[in-house]
Design a protein around this ligand. Structure first.
Ligand SMILES: [Zn+2]
Ligand SMILES: [Zn+2]
Ligand SMILES: [Zn+2]
Length: 359
């Protein structure tokens, strides 16, 4: 049997793109020093500021603040062991200046993050270079993206103890940044964009996921739809996922919902009623329903009425039928929860001699 393998041929562009993705090993270079950021070789003259990158073992700080001229005179203090001399290339120096200017234009940043914020912004700008994207010109957009980029780009500078190596330089800037980390930075950038898109949108309605084409609502309160902030919907992975998260599937029977009968009832509870169900012990019945209505009253500023409701239901036989679930009332779902309990609430607030509401 002959096994035929077709080897896919890469186009020249694909090959070049793939090549860009593959980190190259640094090369020996006795003439130049590596840029402390991107690792490319920098020609050092008498006037080039040279910094000392210290390899302190596991983590720790590594670029010392000492700036010495390119050819330090012998009288200078001896560099610490494991010291690596690094320079900064013009591109990276310009980026550092850009970060500094940005922080100076936004004084609130220093108040929020401390004076390390300049490094954070610089790291985020480095990340943009690594993944080959321009800095967003829109201030709001950049403000949403850079903190994410900075977090994803931790340790990408050449002077990181894991990458700094004396006598070596990168063939091309940023060659030392691993593909996995590049992916993380791209993801952080995309997350920032997604958050921006979400911020521009109003909250998203999440209708009760009933059978296709039918209007259904929460089994307990009858609400037909809940809303969630667009950013939260995005965080959950989309409308479908958000809908699944917002509505709890319940399989119960008619009796538990407040109308005698053996029929099984399949449906959903809204997040509020679902929380009440858990709070009341997890059983579908009048106890968790009372809890749900009481929680709704408290949430809408009617805590006193919630207390009266509990007292009233305790003092009345057949509470289970007085406070039925919306699902067994035959009413259509509503944009407002607990519409079907209006008569009961009137009775609760009325003097005690008023008769029980029927229906
Ligand atoms: Zn550089
Ligand atoms: Zn925008
Ligand atoms: Zn509900």
């Amino acid at each position: 049997m002959v096994k035929i393998t077709t080897r896919p041929q890469l186009t020249a562009e694909q090959a070049a793109a793939l090549r860009r993705e593959m980190p190259d090993d640094p090369v020996r270079d006795a003439q130049r020093l590596a840029c402390e950021c991107c690792g490319r070789g920098v020609v050092v003259t008498e006037l080039t500021p040279v910094r000392i990158a210290e390899r302190l073992g596991m983590g720790g700080s590594y670029v010392s603040p000492i700036t010495v001229p390119g050819h330090a005179p012998k009288s200078r203090p001896k560099p610490p062991p494991n010291a690596v001399r690094v320079a900064i290339c013009p591109t990276c120096a310009a980026r550092r200046a850009e970060a500094k200017a940005y922080v100076e234009q936004h004084p609130a940043l220093e108040q929020r993050y401390g004076n390390v914020v300049r490094q954070h912004v610089e790291t985020a700008l480095q990340a943009l270079d690594v993944i080959g994207l321009p800095r967003p010109t829109n201030e709001t957009h950049w403000a949403a993206i850079w903190p994410r980029l900075w977090r994803a780009a931790g340790g990408i500078a050449w002077s990181n103890p894991e990458t700094v190596s004396p006598g070596y330089v990168n063939r091309r800037p940023w060659d030392h940044v691993r593909a996995a980390q590049r992916d993380e930075m791209r993801k952080a950038y995309a997350d920032g964009l997604r958050a921006l898109v979400a911020r521009h949108q109003p909250s998203v309605p999440l209708p009760c996921p009933g059978p296709r084409g039918t209007a259904t609502g929460c089994l307990y309160c009858g609400v037909s739809s809940v809303t969630l902030a667009a950013a939260d919907v995005a965080r959950l992975g989309g409308v479908q996922q958000a809908q699944d998260a917002a509505w709890r599937r319940v399989l119960t029977n008619q009796t538990a919902l407040g109308r005698t009968g053996p029929e099984k009832v399949r449906g959903h509870l809204c997040a509020t009623c679902s929380a009440a169900l858990d709070k009341a012990g997890g059983a579908v019945g009048v106890t968790s329903r009372t809890q749900a209505l009481a929680d709704h009253l408290v949430a809408t500023g009617r805590a006193k009425l919630a207390g009266s409701l509990r007292d009233w239901l305790q003092g009345h036989e057949g509470a289970v039928y007085v406070l039925p679930a919306h699902a067994v009332t035959g009413r259509p779902p509503s944009s407002t929860p607990w519409v079907h309990a209006a008569a009961l609430l009137d009775a609760v607030q009325a003097p005690p001699e008023v008769a029980l509401p029927t229906s």
